[in-house]
Design a protein around this ligand. Structure first.
Ligand code: MSP
Length: 680
C-alpha cells in the first residue's frame, strides 16, 4: 500500500488561534482525506510549538507557570479546531517528553558527525529585552551605536557561549538537493528564491542560548538551551517515532519518513528548506519529499496579525458558517501558493453562489423530483428520445472528465482548479435539467421514458460528485450520500470504484436542504456587531490582572519594558511619587516621519507654552502621521530631554500598549480639554 505522510507547521502558543492557523490545517486535512479515500496509508500530523523566550515572557505576563500557560493556549487551539473534526493522527507538543528525548538524540547524531561545535556568539544585546538584535533591527544612535528599538537605550556588545551548526558546509549539498529534486520546494517561484539565497552563501547558525531557560537542554551541557527552530523542526520526525518509542518507534518512523508533503506558510519557508534539510543531512536522515509554501490570508490588504488587530476570529466564523463552507472557501478562493484577501462579504457570496445555489440546489432539485415523480426510487434510464439520449451521455462523459480532472489538479495541489472542475460538472447537470424540463415530461405518459432517463442521469451525476467532493465537503457529501439512499460512508468509497448506473433501484432518503441560503445583509450586520464586541472583550481581557497584564498606560516606545514586569506582586507608589510626573494636555501641530527610522515619528506639540515642543515617539508602524494632526494627546511634560537619532525629544506621549507585541493606542479625551491643562 502506498503511504502518505503530511504535516502542518506547529503553531506558536504565544498567540491565539486564528484563520491563518486554521487555513493550513484545513488544507492538510483535505489532502489527508483525499489520499485516504484513494487508498493511501496516510499519516497526518499537526501540533504546537511551545518553547522559547517569548512564550516564557507571555506566561510571566499572565502570572502563570509556563507549563500551565502553554497548556491553556494548546487547549484553546484544540477547541477552536474541534468543530472541523480534523483527521490528524497525532497532535505533537514540543513540551512532550518523547519529543525532548528525540531532539536530544538528533543533536547527538549531528554532533557525533562533526556538524555542531561550541563557539562564541557575539552580537548587540538589550538587557531589558534579554535579546540580541541584528544591526538591521536596531536603530542607530548619534555616535553610531545601535539602540534598542523597544527601549531606546544603547545596546551592549555582548559575547556569549553558544553551540553552532555548520550550516556553511551544507551549501553545495543543499543546492544539489534542490537541483535533483525539483519538487522539493514548491511552488517554482519559491524554489528559485531559496536557491538564489543559498547560492549567496550560508553562515553557521547559533543553535543554543545560555540566556533562555524554557526549552530543551543541550545534551551533556544543560546550561545551554536549544535554539527554538532546532527543537521545533524536529517535531516532524519525533512525532512518528524517531529516537523514541512513539507508535512503536523506529519501524513506524521508517514506514512514514520521508514526509511526502510538508505544508508551510511562505513566512517560514526558509527554515523548512534550508535549515531543516541541513539538520537532517547532518544526522544522516533523508530530507522530506516536498515542502509547499502557501500564501497568506490578508485582511484589509495586510497580513493578518494580532498587532494590526485584523485577525479573523474563529468564533465569529464558526457561528455563521458551516465548517464545510469555511473549507470550501479556503480551498476555492485562495489560489494555493498565492496570497488572498479575506472578507466576510466574499465568503457569503461564494457560499451562496457555489454551495446554496450550486451543489445544494442541484441535490435538492434532483432528489425532490425522484421523490415526486418516481416514488422515491432512482429510475433506470428509460427509453428517451434520441436527442435526450445523446445529451444524457454527454453529461455522463462531462462528469467523468470532471472527476479525472479533479484528481489531476488535486494531485498537483491546485485545489481551486480541482473545485472548478467539479463545479463545471455541477453547472452542466444543472443546465441539462433546466433544458430537459423533467416537470413538463412528467405531465404525460409519453414523456415517461425521457423523464426517467433525465433523472437517472442527474442522480448518477450527483452520486459521483458526492464521492468526489468528500475531501472538500466531508459533512455535506455524507448528507447527500445518505439522501441518495446509500449506506456507509462516502469517504470510504474511492471515486475510481464508482460505476455509472449503480444507483438504479435505490430508495432515496429524506430530502433536506444541504446548504440553506444566507441572508447577506443580516449576517453582515451580526458579524459587525460581534467583531466589535470581540474587540471590546479583548481590550477588557487585557485589563484583567489574572488573565493578561494590565493595559499599561505608558510611553509607546517604553511599552514592552513595562509589559515585562511580573504581575504577581503589586508594588505601590505614593501620591507624592505620582505627583512627580507632570502630565499635560497637548495638541499635535505637525507630525512627520524621520528618514531611515522606521519606527519613530517626529511631532511638534502645543502644550499651552510660548513655543510648541518637539517630541519623538516610536509609533510610526501603527499611525499615519498626517492623520494625527490636530489630535489631543497626553504628554509627560517634565521628562528630561533626550536625543534619538540626533533629534531632541522634549517629552513623551502616552499610549496604551496592547497585547504582547505592545501595539500603541494613543491616550486622549472624549470631551474638550484645553492645551496645557494638567492631569491629576
Ligand atoms: N512555530 C512556528 C512554526 C514552526 S514549524 C516547525 C510558527 N508558528 S506560527 O504560529 O506563527 O504559525 C505560522 C504558520 O501559521 C504559517 O506558516 C501558516 O501556516 C499559518 N499562518 C499564520 N498566519 C497566516 C495567514 N495570515 N495566512 C495563512 N496562513 C497563516 O511560525
Amino acid at each position: 500500500m502506498n503511504k502518505f505522510y503530511i504535516t502542518t507547521p506547529i503553531y506558536y502558543v504565544n498567540s491565539h488561534p486564528h484563520l491563518g492557523h486554521l487555513y493550513t490545517t484545513l488544507i492538510a486535512d483535505a489532502v489527508a482525506r483525499y489520499k485516504r479515500q484513494r487508498g493511501f496509508d496516510t499519516f497526518f500530523l499537526t501540533g504546537t510549538d511551545e518553547h522559547g523566550l517569548n512564550i516564557e515572557r507571555a506566561a510571566e505576563k499572565n502570572g502563570l507557570p509556563v507549563k500551565q500557560h502553554v497548556d491553556n493556549i494548546v487547549n484553546e487551539f484544540k477547541a477552536a479546531f474541534a468543530p472541523y473534526r480534523l483527521t490528524n493522527d497525532h497532535w505533537v507538543r514540543t513540551t512532550d517528553d518523547y519529543h525532548k528525548r528525540a531532539v536530544q538524540e538528533l543533536w547527538r547524531r549531528a554532533q557525533a558527525n562533526g556538524h555542531i561545535y561550541k563557539g562564541k556568539y557575539e552580537g548587540w544585546y538589550c538587557a531589558n529585552c534579554n535579546e540580541f538584535y541584528s544591526e538591521n533591527d536596531a536603530v542607530t544612535g548619534e555616535d553610531g551605536t545601535p539602540i534598542c528599538p523597544t527601549h531606546d537605550r544603547p545596546l551592549d556588545r555582548v559575547a556569549e557561549e553558544s553551540y553552532f551548526f555548520k550550516l556553511s558546509e551544507f551549501q553545495n549539498r543543499l543546492l544539489e538537493l534542490y537541483e535533483k529534486n525539483p519538487n522539493f520546494i514548491r511552488p517554482e517561484t519559491r524554489r528559485n528564491e531559496v536557491m538564489s539565497f543559498v547560492r549567496g552563501g550560508l553562515n553557521d547558525l547559533s543553535i543554543s542560548r545560555v540566556s533562555v531557560k524554557w526549552g530543551i537542554p543541550v545534551p551533556e551541557d544543560p546550561d545551554h538551551t536549544m535554539y527554538v527552530w532546532f527543537d521545533a523542526l524536529s517535531n516532524y520526525i519525533t512525532a512518528i517515532g524517531f529516537g523514541n518509542d512513539q507508535f512503536g518507534g523506529e519501524e513506524h518512523f521508517n514506514q512514514y519518513w520521508p514526509a511526502d508533503l510538508q505544508l508551510v506558510g511562505k513566512d517560514i519557508l526558509r527554515f523548512h528548506t534550508v535549515y531543516w534539510p541541513a539538520f537532517l543531512m547532518a544526522a544522516g536522515i533523508e530530507p522530506p519529499r516536498t515542502v509547499f509554501a502557501h500564501g497568506m490570508w490578508l485582511s484589509g490588504g495586510r497580513k493578518m496579525s494580532k498587532t494590526l488587530g485584523n485577525v479573523i476570529d474563529l468564533a465569529v466564523l464558526q457561528k455563521h458558517f458551516t465548517t464545510d463552507a469555511v473549507r470550501y472557501f479556503c480551498l476555492r478562493e485562495m489560489v494555493f501558493g498565492h496570497d488572498g484577501d479575506f472578507t466576510y462579504e466574499t465568503l457569503l457570496e461564494r457560499v451562496n453562489a457555489g454551495l446554496a445555489n450550486g451543489l445544494g440546489n442541484l441535490a435538492s432539485r434532483t432528489l425532490t423530483m425522484v421523490g415526486r415523480y418516481c416514488d422515491g426510487v432512482v429510475p433506470a434510464p428509460g427509453q428517451a428520445n434520441a436527442d435526450l439520449t445523446a445529451r444524457s451521455s454527454e453529461v455522463r462523459d462531462a462528469v467523468k472528465q470532471a472527476v479525472a480532472q479533479f484528481d489531476r489538479e488535486f494531485d498537483e495541489y491546485n485545489f481551486s482548479r480541482a473545485l472548478e472542475a467539479a463545479w463545471s460538472a455541477i453547472e452542466r447537470v444543472d443546465k441539462f435539467l433546466s433544458d430537459a424540463k423533467p416537470w413538463n415530461l412528467a405531465k404525460n405518459a409519453e414523456g415517461r421514458g425521457s423523464l426517467e432517463s433525465v433523472l437517472h442521469t442527474a442522480t448518477e451525476a450527483l452520486r459521483h460528485l458526492a464521492v468526489l467532493l468528500v475531501p472538500a465537503l466531508p459533512n455535506a457529501t455524507q448528507a447527500i450520500w445518505e439522501q441518495l439512499g446509500e449506506a456507509g460512508k462516502a469517504s470510504e468509497v474511492a471515486p475510481s470504484a464508482l460505476e455509472w448506473g449503480q444507483s438504479t433501484g435505490k430508495r432515496i432518503g429524506e430530502v433536506k436542504p444541504i446548504f440553506p441560503k444566507l441572508d447577506k445583509q443580516k449576517v453582515m450586520d451580526e458579524i459587525k456587531q460581534e467583531e466589535a464586541a470581540g474587540q471590546a472583550a479583548r481590550t477588557e481581557e487585557n485589563k484583567a490582572p489574572q488573565a493578561q497584564p494590565p493595559a499599561e498606560t505608558t510611553s509607546a516606545s517604553a511599552a514592552a519594558e513595562a509589559a515585562s514586569e511580573p504581575a504577581a506582586t503589586p508594588s505601590y507608589i505614593t501620591i507624592d511619587d505620582f505627583a512627580k510626573v507632570e502630565l499635560r494636555v497637548g495638541q499635535i501641530l505637525t507630525a512627520e516621519r524621520i528618514p531611515k527610522a522606521d519606527k519613530l515619528l517626529k511631532f511638534t506639540i502645543d502644550l499651552g507654552e510660548a513655543e510648541p515642543r518637539q517630541i519623538l515617539a516610536g509609533i510610526a508602524q501603527y499611525y499615519e502621521p498626517e492623520k494625527l494632526i490636530g489630535r489631543k494627546v497626553i504628554v509627560v511634560a517634565n521628562l528630561a530631554p533626550r536625543k534619538m537619532r540626533g533629534l531632541e525629544s522634549q517629552g513623551m506621549i502616552l499610549a496604551a500598549s496592547i497585547g504582547e507585541e505592545g501595539r500603541p493606542v494613543l491616550a486622549g479625551f472624549l470631551e474638550e480639554a484645553p492645551n496645557g491643562a494638567k492631569l491629576k
